[in-house]
Design a protein around this ligand. Sequence first.
Ligand SMILES: [Zn+2]
Length: 214
Amino acid sequence: MIPALEALERLREGNQRFATDGPTRRKTMSRRRRLELAQGQEPFAIILGCSDSRVPAEIIFDQGLGDLFVIRVAGNIVAPSQVASIEFAAERFDTRLVVVLGHSRCGAILATLDDLERRSGERSKNLLSIVGRIRPVVEPLLQGALAADHDALVREAVRANIRASADQLRHGSEILEQLIDRQGLLIVGAEYSLETGLVDFFHPATVAAPSAGA
Ligand SMILES: [Zn+2]
């Protein structure tokens, strides 16, 4: 079992390699590794990410087969099937880290804002099941000063949606709550930048700051 903060460090290091075109861990996709994994998996992190083709978790964190348990859905929203997938992996594989991974210029966020600003036509009922989960999170932002600055509004809406999904996971599942209390499960929000290739983790423990007087 890999503790949450160690898992977080692995992701940070992998993302650094990816963003800087550093040496990759290709060996984790070898035939030998594949055969080893056929006997069982022990992913060190669970990622709830967006389906966007530009944000494949294994690539942006430079990980190989068997490293990450990934759930992808447009807008990295939390619905019952996502919660169940995360509960399953956290319990079955003793995985201690869950990352909710959003990204800049997310199409699901833009669609939700279009909806709220009444720029869109009829939406399918299925699409509304995604937009409807994001709407309550971004709607309050339209009441504030950000409403006048569309780019800033999108940036803040992306981050608010990531925080909301992480909160829902922290408080929306008895199983996950117990794993947090008893096993040190950590649920962290993170934002990937399409422009820089870097992931910004929201967790305070990843910020190197002296504790004295802080
Ligand atoms: Zn997206």
